[in-house]
Ligand binder design. Structure first.
Ligand code: ACO
Length: 431
């Protein structure tokens, strides 16, 4: 009869161990009983970059990287992108179910009521250099929110969690728009609560002297779909930062700042910025083969390709390609799209990329759309951080309510010097 266990023989001692398997996983702490002597610490797993380690149990997002599947709370991303709004999706991610009509109305009202930021925040945005990266400004200002809401320190209080959720989801677009206006030297535009979540964001970004800003409905909808696609993605680098920093029981603004900082990096949320730089550097379709040759020779990466989890087409990239067509009907075609399509065509036929299962990821086309909509490249990671905030909060709340979670603290394999005698100054040699 088959058993859900794993039998391990330690060839150092000849001893056998039987370890339970649950959900296709063994608990690494079960390895600790495997010792060669009483004072041995016990066996550990070594897994740099968490290539094969589950750090939590989660009910939020499901990804099947081999099949190219992404679901939030069981709902396929394709259906949510087609039928839901971002705020509806954020509710689903946070509370586990799609909202009823009344719940959605109340939810949208609560978020809308928290879009205004304290006037003092404007003052320290003013203090940044005119050319400060918007993501650097966003990371700093979201961290600073914790000083305005000391009640956020009551992390286990459901009422406080509820309030910080409204504040974070409501204020992220305002912070993002204000840092954008600062970098343009433009006066800040205040929220307009008559507009939708993305409509209001466009208002705060692009409003000029008109009394009422009216967002283009196609661009408003496109941005909403892009927000849905970016709302959560299980245990990626940023979310892992959210959980890890949050596990110290710091307030959620500080944890979101850490998660956003992770998103700033070019291998994560900064990748679409890099995609545009790359496309510009290539410059024209006929230079694509030469560029691919360089990538294959190890002289750089094909940015926007490859993913730690997706070893098949990223489902979000497929949806984004459709969004692009609709956006370009309004904005005109971005000439970089032709270079991107040629890159994709050649790469998907090339053995190097096929063998390594490298396909376009969400960032390959999103930058081209954002650029066509009038966003400068520095705003791209900011546009990622806004919708990801709902995912970060949901993951943070799930972590706090999980009785198995403790402060995140990995082990290490120490390979440095053994204990040695302190070297006096005259005995030291330069390294
Ligand atoms: N271009 C060329 N080669 C690549 C690329 C790429 N974009 N990505 C991976 N490879 C190669 C690696 O060199 C490696 O080759 P090797 O086996 O000959 O050494 C092989 O494919 C495996 O790659 P790893 O780096 O081991 O894959 P990993 O899972 O660690 O990395 C990552 C995933 C970081 C996304 C990587 O594919 C990458 O750097 N891509 C470009 C940046 C990017 O687009 N990031 C956005 C990710 S999506 C997101 O964050 C929302």
């Amino acid at each position: 009869m088959s058993k859900d266990t794993l039998t391990i023989t330690d060839n150092r001692t000849g001893r056998n161990y039987e370890i339970p398997i649950q959900n296709g996983t063994i608990r690494s702490t079960d390895l600790r009983q495997i010792k060669i002597s009483e004072d041995d610490f016990g066996l550990m797993g070594y897994d740099p970059a968490f290539m094969n380690t589950a750090s939590c149990q989660s009910k939020i997002t499901f990804v099947d990287g081999e099949k190219g599947v992404l679901r939030y709370r069981g709902y396929p991303i394709e259906e949510l992108a087609e039928k839901s709004t971002y705020l509806e999706t954020a509710y689903l991610i946070l509370y586990g179910e799609l909202p009823t009509e009344a719940e959605l109305k109340q939810w949208a009202h609560n978020i809308t009521f928290h879009t205004i930021i304290h006037e003092n925040i404007k003052k320290f945005i003013d203090g940044f250099h005119y050319d400060a990266h918007p993501m650097g400004m966003l990371v700093s200002t979201v961290a600073a929110l914790s000083t305005f809401y000391p009640d956020a320190r009551s992390i286990f209080d459901p009422e406080s969690q509820r309030k910080q959720t409204y504040r974070l989801i409501g204020k992220m677009p305002t912070l993002a728009a204000f840092v954008y206006r600062h970098s343009r030297g433009m006066p800040y535009a205040y929220p307009d609560n008559d507009l939708s979540y993305t409509g209001n964001f466009l208002n705060m970004l692009f409003k000029m002297t008109e009394v009422k800003y009216r967002p283009d409905p196609i661009l408003e909808h496109a941005l909403d779909v892009l927000f849905i696609l970016h709302a959560d993605h299980e245990q990626n680098c940023g979310t892992n930062a959210m959980r890890s920093v949050g596990s110290s029981h710091v307030d959620c603004y500080s944890a979101v700042a850490a998660a956003a900082a992770a998103l700033y990096g070019p291998l994560h949320g900064g990748a679409n910025e890099e995609v545009l730089r790359m496309l510009r550097e290539i410059g024209s379709k006929n230079r694509v083969p030469e560029f691919i040759k360089k990538v294959k020779a190890g002289e750089g990466l094909l940015m926007g390709f490859g993913h730690r989890v997706y070893k098949n087409y990223d489902p979000r990239a497929k949806i984004i390609k459709q969004v692009a067509d609709r956006v370009f009907e309004v904005t005109g075609r971005n000439p970089l799209l032709d270079i991107a399509l040629e890159l994709e065509r050649i790469a998907l036929e090339d053995d190097y990329f096929i063998k390594r299962k490298l396909y376009p990821n969400v960032d390959f086309y999103s930058g081209i759309i954002y650029e066509a909509m009038g966003f400068p490249v520095e705003m791209f990671p900011v546009l990622f951080a806004i919708p990801r905030t709902s995912g970060w909060i949901a993951q943070w709340q799930e972590m706090l309510s999980d009785p198995e979670q403790k402060i995140a603290r990995p082990r290490q394999i120490y390979l440095g010097p053994e204990k040695r005698v302190y070297a006096a100054m005259e005995q030291r040699r330069s390294a």
